[in-house]
Design a protein around this ligand. Structure first.
Ligand SMILES: [Cu+2]
Length: 109
């Protein structure tokens, strides 16, 4: 009985100290495929939730700030081919995107 209580308390404590941080970052992109790829690049344990808004071009990300920095999150997104506020995708990564996703070459309409 005591052991059970101890385990529950440990769990509650662990949840409390896991620092959950929520941030919004500007991320370039065009379409639904971009959304999938951006969000997929953040399917890791350190990130609880990542949602990219196609209209606003804003990524809302909830993550464990003790386990990952906002910089490395942006680096992951950039590595997937999408420019973020702080990190640009390399030309090579950008060029490997499907044609519909080439946001740098899209003209505003
Ligand atoms: Cu796309």
């Amino acid at each position: 009985m005591k052991t059970k209580l101890f385990l529950i308390l440990t769990f509650v404590f662990a949840v409390l100290i896991s620092a959950k941080e929520k941030k919004e970052i500007k991320v370039s992109g065009n379409c639904g495929m971009c959304k999938k790829k951006i969000e997929k690049s953040l399917k890791i344990n350190e990130v609880y939730n990542a949602k990219w808004d196609q209209k606003k071009k804003v990524l809302t990300v909830a993550f464990n700030e003790k386990a990952i920095t906002l910089d490395s999150i942006q680096q992951r997104v950039a590595a997937a081919g999408y420019d973020t506020e702080k990190f640009k995708a390399t030309d090579e990564n950008y060029a490997s995107l499907p044609e519909c996703c080439l946001y740098r070459d899209v003209k505003e309409h």
